[in-house]
Every structure is written in C-alpha cells, then in structure tokens.
Design a binder for this molecule. Structure first.
Ligand SMILES: Cc1ncc(C[n+]2csc(CCOP(=O)(O)OP(=O)(O)O)c2C)c(N)n1
Ligand code: SF4
Ligand SMILES: [Mg+2]
Length: 336
C-alpha cells in the first residue's frame, strides 16, 4: 500500500488535498476587491517594495483614484514609456518641487466641479521629506482635501542612491559612502517624517508597511473615507533591494523586522492624536533588521548602538505623545 502511495506524483497528491480542504480567505484578501490595473510585467527591479505597494493601493482603494506624482522610481511605470502605458489609472506627472501644490489644484477643481474624486499624491521620500517638503507642509496646514502617500525607500534611488532626509544613521549611499576613515555612511540621524506631519494636526496621519497588509489596507480605506475632511498623510516603508543591498526575496522580511524592532512603528493620528495600531511586546534589537542588508554591513557595535538609541528615543517620543494627546485637550480657538 505504501509503495503505491509513493508512486503517486507529489504534485497530484497536493492538488487533491487542496481540493478537499476549504480555504478560508485571509483578512487581506477581503480588502482586495478591485482589479490590479498594472500590466503583469513592469519596469521595477525584482523585489521592489514600491511595486508591491503601487499594485496594492488601487486594489484596495479602487481604480477610480487619480494619482499624481513626480520624477522617481515610480515615474517610468506611472508615466509610461514610448507612448505606451503600464496601467489604466488616471495619472498626472508633476515636478518634485511642486507635487503637493499640483495635487491641491486637482483636488480643488474636483471639489468645485462637484466631482467626488480621490486625489492621491504619490511620492518618494526625496520629494516628500526634502525637495517638495515646503508645499507638502503648506497643503497640510491649509488642510487641502487629498491624500498624500510617501513611499519611503530612504534615498534618491532613481538617480543613483543618494542620501535623503529619511536615510537612517550609518547607511551607505553614494553620497554617504563607506570607505576612508572619514566616510562611514550617513553621520546624521534620519528625520521622522510621519511625526512631523502628524504635528500639522491634519485629519489623518499614519505609518504602514508591506509586512502588515491588513493594517495598511485599513489605513488606505480610512484615508479615503476621511479625505473630504481634509489632508491625509501616509508614510509607508517600502524597501529598495537594489539600493539597500537587500536580497529581493527579503523585502517583506525587512518590513517585518523593521516593525518588530520598532525601527518603523505602526501608528495613526486623528487630528494629531496618536494611537499605536500595533504594539510590539518584546522589541527585537535593531541588528536583527540591519543584518539583512549591505547598506549597514560596515556598522561597528558603537555605530549600531547610536542607531538603536535613536530608535529607542523616537519610540519613547511617540509613546509620550500618544499619552499626552489622549490626556490633554487642545485649547479652543475664539471661533469655537
Ligand atoms: C527639483 C529636482 N531636483 C532633482 C531632480 C532629479 N531627480 C529625478 S528623480 C530623483 C530621485 C527622487 O527620489 P525619491 O523621491 O526618493 O524617489 P525614488 O527615486 O527613491 O523612488 C531626483 C533627485 C528633479 N527631477 N527635480
Ligand atoms: S532602484 Fe529600488 S525603488 Fe527603484 S525600482 Fe529598483 S528596487 Fe525599486
Ligand atoms: Mg526615495
């Protein structure tokens, strides 16, 4: 009998089992209710976090969103090449300096024309944290009715992996190389873009990443629901295997370890009031995250400690703000 069983091809045995077993859809699949509007083969590198994110957003939010964005790794695919399109979404390409100003114009036009559209201003960290930060902050302060998504790959990847404001301490980039004694990677700490935006007290701010898709999907949907109340900002960690020296199959693992080490905590803020959406009971050392990629390979124990201290400090800050925001009432203005 055993002999006969061994003769059955493994694949067929597996198929038989899946036929009988009832497959319960995961929570994530419940969110994917729209078609993937992108072509099956597109011009991203293997394992690119940006590609996974870009495909996920319309499948959750709907294909009727209007995307606007800037020169970056997303542009070749979003803009199309040689008069050919890689997707069926509406897309409006803008300059890095004025991304949020352009999105403001689009969103205001739709509002004035009485068209219920969702404008998604989709940009890398180079635009969001550095080159286009001024008008991003202005749009947030004016509470413009659109969603701004920053996919953070921690550098200017499309132009050759230069450092940005969100590049972490110690990371190697082409402008913060590792080599001679004076060049040990970035010698500054990263800016906390998510917190900076939450401090604008906009209707909705959140962080998210690709290892926690249920959390990400809920935040995308919430932003869509809340965009009529005003500005919504999502800060999403999207690994870049090419620029980080990360194996393409480790993209999701990197996101998972970023969350589990509090390198990239998951939280949301409504009108500036912060709430953790995932609490890590026993955070892992940041080394469990950095060991996955070459950009941190040269870090000494002392360097790693600086990075760890920065992460611990930012997590404390986040925790402190969440307690404060829950306990303190904002003073009312005269109009209130
Ligand atoms: C004002 C301005 N400065 C520089 C550039 C050149 N440039 C084109 S793409 C790019 C990188 C953008 O980085 P990021 O926004 O982080 O997107 P990524 O390439 O990482 O996807 C740069 C600097 C530009 N287009 N406009
Ligand atoms: S360089 Fe990085 S962000 Fe750009 S397409 Fe390749 S993996 Fe993606
Ligand atoms: Mg970038």
């Amino acid at each position: 009998m055993n002999l006969i069983r061994n003769l059955i091809p493994k694949k067929r045995e597996g198929n038989k089992m899946t036929e009988k077993k009832k497959v319960k859809p995961t929570k994530v699949l419940d969110h994917l209710v729209h078609e993937d509007p992108f072509s099956k083969g597109v011009a991203f590198c293997p394992g690119c976090g940006l590609e996974l994110l870009l495909r996920f957003i319309p499948q959750v939010m709907g294909n009727d969103i209007v995307i606007t964005g800037t020169p970056s790794c997303s542009a070749p695919v979003l803009l199309g090449q040689n008069n050919q399109s890689w997707h069926s979404l509406s897309y409006f390409g803008t300059l890095m300096t004025g991304a949020a100003a352009n999105a403001t114009g689009l969103a205001r036009y739709y509002r004035k024309a009485g068209i219920d559209n969702t404008v998604v201003c989709f940009n890398g960290d180079g635009t969001a944290a550095d080159i286009g930060f001024g008008n991003l902050s202005g749009a947030a302060e004016r509470n413009e009715p659109f969603i701004y998504i920053c996919y953070d790959n921690e550098g200017y990847m499309n132009t050759g992996i230069q450092k940005s404001g969100t590049t972490p301490f110690g990371a190697t980039t082409t402008t913060t190389p590792y080599g001679a004694a004076a060049t040990q990677g970035k010698n500054l700490r990263r800016m906390n873009l998510g917190l900076k935006m939450a401090m604008h007290k906009i209707p909705y701010t959140a962080t998210a990443t690709l290892s926690d898709l249920d959390d990400l999907a809920k935040k995308l949907k919430k932003a869509k629901e809340m965009k009529n109340q005003g500005f919504c900002f999502l800060h999403i960690l999207a690994p870049c295997p090419t620029g980080w020296g990360l194996a393409p199959h480790n993209t999701i693992e990197a996101c998972r370890r970023a969350v589990k080490s509090n390198y990239f905590p998951l939280w949301e803020a409504i009108n500036g009031r912060i709430r953790m959406t995932k609490t890590v009971k026993k955070p892992k050392p940041v080394a469990t995250y950095t060991e996955l990629m070459k950009k941190f390979a040269h870090l000494s124990e002392a360097d790693l400690q600086i990075l760890q201290d920065d992460i611990d400090y930012e997590y404390c800050l986040l925790g402190g703000l969440s307690v404060l925001e829950a306990e303190c009432q904002l003073p009312l203005s005269e109009e209130d």
